[in-house]
Design a protein around this ligand. Structure first.
Ligand code: NDP
Length: 329
């Protein structure tokens, strides 16, 4: 038997979470059984923990948790054997498949990545989907020409999970980082991660009729989307790129094509869920090399399975700072 946070639906179709004891035979069929050590809380986890499942959860009872790290217990796939340390992010685990808010998980071997050298299972979950995606965004900006010395790189939603990790990685790589936040009280925290400039959210929240403003940013990791992304496009330097990661501020994009046509600005889409294996391994290796562990430690708040309902609601309100590490045991 093992503990799991299970979402169950009532007669009205409203789901609620409860920590329950499950048997191994309750787990779905798949090749690899993992003893989960840590999970985390991403924005998507907030949606999966909500009463309607955020449109992501199809079937109840359901075990959420889009990320986990732990040790292989049983494997019918040659790539993994008992004792191997593994990480999982994406592949709709925690949404369409049972996820990491449990002491055991059973998943396809294709979805796992060996724990990168230099990271513990707890540090891997301090990174989680949010940090992994931040790394993918930085890699995409680099692949499109971002170099140090080009000017400040903007990070939106900076005090959140994606934003915190992006800030720490970019600063460690030697970039000037301008951190956009709606929480002025996080300024010291953002500076401690390496931000050199704090941009109040209001400065970028209002839409403008001008499709182009002065050329300010050499790159951008955008976790917010919506009107803020539209505004930022018009402030990019000639030929610079924006990595579009999130929609914390909205899914609409009230923009013009003018920055693309007159300044050669690039809008790069970042998806972490279906990312191919080789690029996953590359991103995790870059995380182990380019994300300073003392900065990562400073982002973390610890939690347990029973804290998750509150944390899920908090992250949807933009009230979680940095990264949560959930000790499922
Ligand atoms: P967090 O909640 O930790 O961070 C989001 C941050 O955005 C908040 O902390 C807040 O930062 C800011 N924010 C929240 N609401 C608003 C608003 N209305 N207007 C402007 N800013 C706002 O979430 P995550 O970091 O886990 O995820 C961020 C986004 O990235 C989400 O939309 C998520 O779905 C998406 N995502 C996408 C992935 C992909 O594969 N493309 C993978 C992972 C995440 P502050 O307080 O500093 O202003």
């Amino acid at each position: 038997m093992f503990n799991a946070l299970v979402m169950s639906q009532d007669d009205e179709g409203t789901a609620s979470p409860e920590v329950k004891s499950l048997a191994l035979s309750d787990l779905p069929e798949a090749e690899v059984t993992v003893a989960v050590e840590y999970s985390t809380v991403n924005y998507k986890d907030g949606l999966c923990l909500s009463p309607k499942g955020g449109g992501l959860v199809r079937k109840y009872p359901h075990v959420p948790g889009i990320d986990f790290a732990g040790t292989v217990e049983e494997s019918s796939d040659d790539r993994y054997k008992p004792g191997d340390k593994v990480v999982l992010t994406g592949w709709r685990v925690g949404e369409a498949h049972w996820g990491g808010y449990a002491q055991k998980a059973r998943v396809k071997a294709d979805w796992l990545v060996p724990l990168p050298e230099g990271l513990s299972t707890s540090q891997a979950m301090a990174v989680g989907t949010a940090g992994f995606t931040a790394m993918l965004a930085v890699m995409a900006l680099e692949d499109h020409g971002l170099k140090t010395g080009h000017g400040p790189v903007l990070v939106t939603g900076a005090a959140g999970g994606v934003g915190s990790v992006a800030t720490a990685i970019l600063a460690n790589l030697g970039h000037e980082v301008a951190a956009v936040t709606g929480r002025p009280e996080t300024a010291d925290y953002l500076r401690s991660l390496g931000a050199t400039q704090i941009v109040p959210r209001e400065d970028l929240a209002e839409t403008t009729k001008r499709p182009l403003e002065s050329e300010t940013w050499a790159g951008c990791v955008d976790a917010v989307g919506g009107a803020m992304l539209a505004r930022v496009l018009g402030q990019m330097k000639y030929g610079a790129s924006v990595a579009a990661v999130g929609l914390a501020g909205g899914a609409a994009l009230p923009a013009t094509v003018v920055p693309f046509l007159l300044r050669g600005v690039n809008l790069l889409g970042i998806d972490s869920v279906m990312q191919p294996y080789d690029n996953r391994v590359r991103a995790w290796q870059r995380i182990a090399k380019d994300l300073p562990m003392d900065k990562l430690d400073a982002m973390v708040q610890p939690a347990t399975l029973s804290d998750l309902p509150k944390l899920g609601a908090d992250i949807l309100k933009g009230q979680v700072k940095g990264r949560v590490v959930v000790d499922v045991n």
